[in-house]
Ligand binder design. Structure first.
Ligand code: AMP
Length: 578
């Protein structure tokens, strides 16, 4: 029997969102109450002396701020199969592996049905706002997503990336249909064991259904750019597969081959059409709308560390809109993009007050606290100040209580009474040797300035990262670049100088001037080095679509540092006289 799928009622979803954001403070109190009632019997909360109280004041007084290492012993017990009420009222049955690109090692985080519900609420809400601006027709979505089959802990819990838990849930598949975006690839492709093979087949499925594709997406911009960089290399092979109706021998996984054989039939006309479309392009500009003429937009997380890929994404997108997806983490969702027509550089996320309890730790102390040497205190969701930056603290339905997420956000305004946040950076991603404190954003801006010199040579920085090297005296910054082709020595020396001069942080300036920090070093790495870093993270259990290049690699992340150092092709030191 054919399944009848109700479409999302866009107006109703928007109305619900408007209602819950009108009195966000009340909704926050109610949400905290629900979380504490459902989980009050958990050992973690029992030990903190809440004694059944569920009001924010008692909660803040009894429950300490924590970060992941504080919870590790509890999560380890859960992973090992202790199914007593440790962090939650109901036993946790799945754990998410977050990419752990900050600390170099993946983190395990509890996942449960409530987080799945939150995910679908976020997806529905942002779809409703998006569809008002960019209505989709009936068709399919080309989604570069990778599920991975979960592994089991010795205690019998499913462990996998958070996105894999989502893609493996039947609510995701039906949700995508109700949002007019059923994905075009078979499940066997999404859950294939080798993501390079899955990526090839995603591209092939996209081409087979090219006239039906309504949108192209991945979790993060990196996944879309990586897919079309691969397309540039394999497009003729893809056309040959369509021409002959035979899947390339590069795909060896039997389940993927079997599922693809159901949709891949010889189609010389389509192969010829795609071939002609590709040959029409100049340097692949506008590739995505050329291949998928009915696509309405490109969709994914495009902010934060993804901003570096925007230039390339815009190149592939031509005139097609880039729409920014939402803001969340394996630890839970935070906000939804309710202004989808804004460019990624201005994107904000309105916090959903009913999916978690949120606090905001000010990064700037107020004057009174400074005088009294008091630590800054977290403020509630509706007490944040426009223009200020905060670290987010989240309490969710899956056993995280007052958990410091490590993300810095800036309050840009309010939607009704809930704040609209701009993602600023990861808090711990800092290059720091002496007085200097260069954030992820400072690094990105510095790379952007220097990359302009490369662009004059028609070259681009494919990816980049950094390291604060204190093994030398004085210590110095090392920037690693992977470049799309060969640049002259002269240009690379200029790029190195430009990188050095573009860190605008006062601490860096002073430290460089007094030689407390030595000349910046640019190390150009061989092509494919950043792919090796992605492969390394995938081998540790991360999902390729959740991958974020670590923008600063510390010595704790030795494996990645080794990959970088083993692949250095050229080195330059800044010759700027400060
Ligand atoms: P993970 O749990 O490994 O998937 O990573 C979650 C992290 O990705 C968050 O803590 C953020 O640092 C980053 N992230 C998620 N959504 C966004 C977004 N919309 N913009 C920028 N960064 C994001």
């Amino acid at each position: 029997m054919l399944e009848k799928m109700e479409s999302v009622n866009v107006d109703q979803v928007i109305e619900e969102f408007e209602t819950i954001t009108k009195d966000a403070e009340k909704i926050q109190r109610e949400t905290l109450k629900r979380i504490l009632e459902e989980n009050g019997s958990a050992e973690y909360l029992q030990n903190l002396g809440l004694n059944g109280r569920t009001d924010p004041e008692s909660y803040k007084a009894c429950v300490p701020l924590v970060s992941h290492p504080d919870l590790e012993p509890y999560i380890r017990r859960i992973a090992d199969g202790d199914n007593s009420r440790i962090l939650t009222g109901k036993a946790i049955t799945a754990l998410s592996i977050s990419t752990g690109t900050t600390q170099g090692k993946p983190k395990l985080i509890p996942f449960n049905d409530e987080l799945m519900e939150n995910t679908m609420q976020i997806f529905r809400t942002s779809f409703a706002f998006r569809n008002k601006e960019f209505p989709l027709g009936n068709g399919k979505a080309l989604q570069f997503i990778y599920g991975r089959s979960p592994v089991m802990t010795k205690g019998g819990l499913r462990v996998g990336p958070a996105t894999a838990h989502v893609y493996g849930n039947s609510k995701f598949k039906s949700g995508m249909k109700s949002m007019q975006t059923p994905y075009c690839s078979p499940d066997e492709v999404i859950f294939g064991p080798d993501y390079q093979q899955s990526l090839y087949c995603h591209l092939l499925c996209g081409l087979i259904f090219c006239e039906e594709i309504q949108l192209v997406s991945s979790t993060f911009a990196h996944g879309i750019v990586q897919a079309f960089r691969t397309f540039e290399l394999v497009w003729e092979e893809l056309c040959a597969d369509i021409q002959e109706g035979v899947l390339s021998s590069r795909v060896t996984t039997p389940s993927i081959r079997a599922s693809m054989s159901k949709i891949l039939k010889p189609n010389p006309e389509l192969a010829d059409l795609i071939h002609r479309r590709c040959l029409r392009l100049s340097n692949w500009y506008g590739l995505i709308p050329t291949l998928f003429p009915n696509a309405k937009y490109i969709y994914g997380i495009l902010t934060g560390s993804m901003e570096h890929y925007l230039k390339k994404l815009r190149h592939y997108a031509g005139e097609l809109h880039l729409v920014c997806a939402d803001y969340g983490a394996s630890e839970g969702w935070i906000g939804v993009n309710v202004n989808p027509s804004l460019p990624p550089e201005s994107a904000t996320y309105a916090v959903l007050p009913n999916i978690g309890y949120y606090e905001f730790l000010p990064l700037r102390q107020n004057v009174e606290d400074q005088v009294l040497c008091l630590e800054p205190k977290p403020v509630g969701l509706t007490d944040v100040t426009v223009g200020e930056e905060y670290e987010i603290i989240t309490t969710n339905f899956a056993g995280l209580y007052r958990y410091q997420l490590g993300d810095v956000v800036k309050v840009m305004g309010f939607h009704n009474s809930t704040p609209e946040l701009k993602f600023v950076c990861r808090k711990n991603l800092l290059l720091s040797i002496a007085l200097d404190k260069a954030t992820e954003k400072d690094l990105q801006l510095s790379v952007e300035s220097a990359a302009k010199l490369l662009a004059e040579e028609k070259l681009e920085v494919i990816d980049f990262t950094s390291h604060a090297d204190v093994s030398t005296d004085p210590g110095h910054y090392i920037i690693f670049w992977e470049i799309s082709g060969d640049a002259s020595e002269e240009v690379l020396k200029e790029c190195c100088n430009c990188l050095d001069q573009s860190f605008l942080d006062g601490g860096y300036f002073t430290s460089r001037k007094t030689n407390v920090i030595g000349p910046l070093e640019l190390r150009v790495v061989h092509k494919g080095t950043f792919q090796k870093i992605l492969d390394h993270h995938v081998s540790l259990g991360s999902a390729p679509n959740q991958f974020k290049t670590p923008r600063c690699v510390g010595t704790v992340n030795n494996a990645v540092l080794q990959i970088l150092t083993n692949n250095v092709a050229k080195k330059y030191f800044s010759s700027v006289l400060w």
